[in-house]
Ligand binder design. Structure first.
Ligand SMILES: C[S@@+](CC[C@H](N)C(=O)[O-])C[C@H]1O[C@@H](n2cnc3c(N)ncnc32)[C@H](O)[C@@H]1O
Length: 249
């Protein structure tokens, strides 16, 4: 199971900044559209960092994630939010003011249903669930994110360390992160390994897919200056022409 207990803890303690900044961006964007309350559905909610910030900002939050370890941190961190275990590509999306997926969630290939068709399905579900003034906000990686040569990264905190080797896959369609965590448990260091594959998407392709699902979309270089990274981009999409009529049949 990806994002097992050790990587979940490392992510929560060492990588929470993006979710905090993204949540700030979403709350500001919703307020600018006159939406000061309502439900935000956070796909791939991880350890609930954005859920905590958004509930504090006055929104209800439903967080959905594949990882039980992430969800158990999220339930402690954001007690006012609701959480459900499931895949972003399969979950039913209730009526809401925003659908978010922060931290490359829609690129992860953990669910066999991931890929362009699955993305189109998520976009259609989000379109049907969203308030006419609502927003779909997510970030993704483009082919420019592939490091050449492969990049090695290391971070550490109190009682943990994490190393990763980041490279492109052979077909140039994904980034592969080979991640090793070290966590001190009962006076000894425990080592765990995970391999993550994140599919790469061209911004123009996503904008076209969103348009077909009934959205007007634009892309940004980041949620703010601090979240700009090579090959990373943010997509902000709003329903075109108000609520879509249910399809006949
Ligand atoms: C990089 S973390 C980001 C977590 C959180 N959004 C944040 O920004 O802190 C990616 C998260 O996406 C989740 N995830 C990946 N694929 C998923 C899927 N198909 N459905 C639901 N969650 C998924 C992982 O379990 C993990 O918690």
């Amino acid at each position: 199971m990806p994002y097992g207990p050790d990587l979940a803890l490392v992510h929560d303690e060492g990588h929470a900044d993006l979710a905090r900044r993204a949540a700030r961006f979403v709350a500001r964007a919703l307020r600018a559209r006159g939406l000061r309350s309502g439900l935000v559905v956070d796909l791939g909610c991880g350890s609930g960092v954005a859920a905590e910030a958004l509930t504090r900002a006055g929104y209800d939050v439903l967080g959905v994630d594949l990882s039980p370890a992430m969800l158990s941190i999220a339930r402690r961190r954001a007690p006012r939010a609701a959480f459900r275990r499931g895949s972003a590509f399969r979950v039913a999306i209730p009526s809401c003011v925003a659908v978010t997926a922060m931290g490359e969630v829609l690129g992860y290939a953990f669910d066999r249903a991931s890929g362009t068709k699955a993305l189109a399905r998520v976009f259609r579900r989000a379109r049907e669930a969203l308030d006419p003034r609502g927003l779909l906000v997510f970030d993704a990686l483009s082919p420019d994110a592939v490091p050449d040569p492969p990049r090695r990264v290391w971070r550490e905190g109190r009682g943990w360390g994490v190393g990763a080797v980041v490279s492109g896959d052979a077909r140039g369609r994904a980034i592969v992160r080979r991640i090793t965590t070290f966590r001190r448990v009962g006076g000894r260091w425990r080592r765990r390994a995970e391999i993550h594959r994140v599919l790469l998407h061209r911004p123009a392709m996503l904008v076209a897919l969103l348009r077909r699902a009934g959205f007007a979309a634009r892309t940004l270089a980041g949620y703010d200056r601090a979240t700009r990274h090579p090959g990373a981009f943010v997509v902000v999409a709003s329903p075109r022409g108000g609520r879509r009529e249910p399809r006949a049949g």
